[in-house]
Design a binder for this molecule. Structure first.
Ligand SMILES: [Zn+2]
Length: 472
């Protein structure tokens, strides 16, 4: 069975305090992340990463070394390049990870996923609003129980690692316990994660409905305890406009002004019935997008899932405000929401990342999600080449979340999260990639035929946290 590598969650003690007032592990006196040992790790294999979007940057947008080496020190990238250019003694240390024959990419970034929908994935037969009522809200109500929340959070974070996803923007539920459980699980695994308490104060079951004053107190407490702790960041998370009153959206806007380095995540323009409903609920707003813009929720760390049915003015407004879009093709197909136009968003200058949107989406695998993205674009009369696709999954996703200064590629100083991919993971994939003439063809076969079986290993801050079991 695949499993997490034991004994890896060991960090320095330092001067900063954790949630219980104890020394915060993994931090020095200034609160900076620090590791147990500054041990150098050398990772060998075929290495690919992006410096910009190949859609506009062309050949200068990416680098590939078939016989490459990545040097990691203290959890960060020290150097990357052609193996033969490295000093021989760079390979003399004890920590060499030999992945020759495998493809190493920066860890995948899932820009939109619901940790509380682990048990909702693959539910039959509805569109968005009915799907929420019938499946999602009953599942989310169970997260008032901290024990359930903790068990699901552990499964969820491990499943991300099994799929090579090292960073995600996550919706738990309205319950404070669900946020604590998720952040605790991500922190234990030292994952860079963005999440926040879901805000809902109307048009939802009573068990999931915020009380205004209590909700604000909960959010402030969660921000104080988790935002900036290790690699965690808090996102103001109104579920979507129909389940928040104007007063609650205004509260989110006030909090963003007070804490401008918070993230914002929500849903926008996913489904036509939803858009009609928003128009009824917010008659004063010019559009669905305008509901969020009026509340002051659109900025450079704001990400909006879906944006399938967004008008030109709203797309231009989103670009001008620096907001980003999470493109969730698997979910959009499964829930029957529509076909996102990536080319239109790019032309408007909006940053876009890829999102699985589990449980509306049907897979945790970013590879499978890229395959769906390709098909969605085909139906839109465009297409998605493999280099652009893998940019979306790595640096593009990091940029969409406002994290490109920390993760997304192997630029020196970045945090060394990466995934090791097996181009021969299945009989079909092995046969097809053996015929590939270049890295682009290999990548396209990988995104079309790959899934979690293609993930050979996942590393966080240079250290192995998941290794696929060998077939017996
Ligand atoms: Zn969603």
């Amino acid at each position: 069975m695949p499993g997490l590598v034991p004994g890896i969650h060991v960090f320095l003690t330092g001067g900063s305090k954790d949630v219980d007032g104890r020394d915060k592990p993994g931090h020095d006196a200034l609160g900076n992340h620090r590791r147990t040992s500054p041990m150098k790790r050398i990772i060998r294999g075929s290495i690919l990463h992006f410096l910009s979007d190949p859609a506009s940057g062309g050949a200068a947008a990416w680098q590939y070394w078939e016989d490459g080496a990545l040097v990691v020190e203290d959890g960060r990238v020290l150097r990357v390049g052609e193996r033969r250019d490295f000093e021989p003694n760079d390979f003399g240390g004890p920590a060499i990870h030999d992945y020759r024959g495998k493809l190493i990419l920066p860890g995948f970034v899932d820009t939109h996923i619901h940790s509380a929908q682990v048990d909702v994935i693959a539910s039959f037969g509805t569109q968005l609003l009915d799907w929420l009522e019938r499946y999602t809200y009953p599942a989310e109500a169970k997260f008032a129980d901290p024990g359930h929340a903790a068990a699901v959070a552990a499964f969820f974070c491990d499943e991300l690692l099994h799929n090579g996803t090292t960073t995600a923007a996550i919706f738990p539920t309205v319950h404070k316990a669900s946020v604590d459980a998720l952040f605790a699980a991500a922190r234990k695994r030292q994952m860079r994660m963005v999440a926040g308490k879901v805000m809902m104060d109307r048009n939802c079951p009573a068990a999931l409905r915020d009380d205004g004053t209590a909700a604000e107190a909960d959010i402030r407490d969660l921000i104080a305890r988790w935002h900036g702790t290790d690699r965690l960041a808090y996102a103001l998370t109104p579920r979507f406009a129909p389940t928040s009153s104007p007063g609650q959206l205004a509260l989110a806007g006030r909090l963003l002004r007070e804490f401008p380095d918070l993230h914002v995540q929500t849903h926008l323009a996913e489904n036509k019935d939803e858009i009609r409903w928003v128009a009824e609920l917010f008659p004063e707003a010019a559009s669905y997008y305008d509901v969020y813009a009026r509340a002051g929720l659109v900025g450079p760390r704001s990400i909006f899932a879906h944006c399938i049915h967004l008008g030109d003015d709203d797309l231009a407004g989103l670009a001008a405000a620096g907001g980003a879009i999470a493109f969730c093709p698997s979910s959009n197909l499964f829930v029957g929401s529509g076909l996102f136009d990536l080319e239109r968003a790019r032309a408007a200058g909006v940053r876009v990342g890829i999102g699985t949107d589990v449980g509306g989406g049907t897979s945790y695998s970013i590879l499978r999600t890229l395959a769906d993205a390709y098909k969605v674009l085909q139906l839109n009369g465009t297409n998605l080449d493999a280099l652009r696709a893998f940019h979306l999954a790595t640096l593009g996703g990091a940029a969409a979340l406002g994290l490109a200064d920390k993760i997304g590629n192997f630029a020196p100083g970045k945090e060394a999260d990466f995934v090791v991919l097996d181009l021969a993971a299945t009989r079909v994939l092995a046969r097809r990639t053996a015929q590939a003439a270049n890295i682009e063809e290999q990548l396209f076969a990988l995104m079309t035929l790959g899934d979690d079986r293609s993930v050979f290993a996942t590393h966080i801050l240079g250290e192995p946290v998941y290794r696929r079991a060998m077939p017996t």
